[in-house]
Design a protein around this ligand. Sequence first.
Ligand SMILES: [Zn+2]
Ligand SMILES: [Zn+2]
Length: 298
Amino acid sequence: MYKNPYECLRSSSGKWLKGNFHTHAGTGPGTCGSLGLEEVIYAYKQSGYNVLTISNHDLFTPTEQYGSGIRLIPGVEYSANPHMLTIGVRQHWGKGHQETIDLTRESGGFAVLCHPNWIKREYWPREEVDKLTGYTGIEVINWLIYRLEGSGLACDLWDHLLSRGKLVYGFGNDDFHLWCDLARSFTVIYADSDEWSDIKEAIDRGSFYASTGVALKNFSLEDNVIAIKAGFFIDSYVEDFTYRFIGEGGSVLAEERGSAASYALKGDEMYVRVEVTAENGAMLFTQPVYRDELFRKP
Ligand SMILES: [Zn+2]
Ligand SMILES: [Zn+2]
């Protein structure tokens, strides 16, 4: 049976929250987080964000005093190579990768593997990722990398993991260091409220997507047909988007152009995820619809 991570859209009790879980700020001149906490949080609020994590390198940064009008979730970027986000935690343990993921989960948080193709393909080596357990997802898009080195996209690793039956979710993050990094790639979450417990529940069931500027207007799975409609985050007369349905091994199962698209599952697809591209190159990455019996969380 196929599972739709956006099944919850049927109940209208939730709302979409724009989030960024990867932000460096407040650590002083000459560091990655050289800009001030207050001004960075203010800028995210003004840019329409609902959820933000200040995730400095191996350092928990308290932000309670800045939280009005935006949900600030604690977190740390674990920065022994390769990097990982530990979200919902208030400490850096200084342990190894696996132990840190385990401690993050025990603390009620979740872990995300960062910029998997920074500097070179497989900054996060596949053999290493294959051995890890307990993480929630990977940064499928991290825009900072496009002014550093390598690639900010990681669909190759994502399809590698999905094709092995690992239910790994795709996140979009700015990895904010400087103003030019603001609001470039983000995670949009469908949750009952902006309380941490509701956000965590939405993350656990995969009802969120990664985006660089395309909004998910509708997503359904009925009678084995995936139907999707995208748009911009603003009101726009533009209705023309390109939809790509992607399956096992990253193969393109179908491509459609128009205001909406659909894909009829044949039954032999292990999973199908959708990428949408807009006229300006902005993209949206949905989580996969997947055959329940073939998948397990890593
Ligand atoms: Zn990093
Ligand atoms: Zn970072």
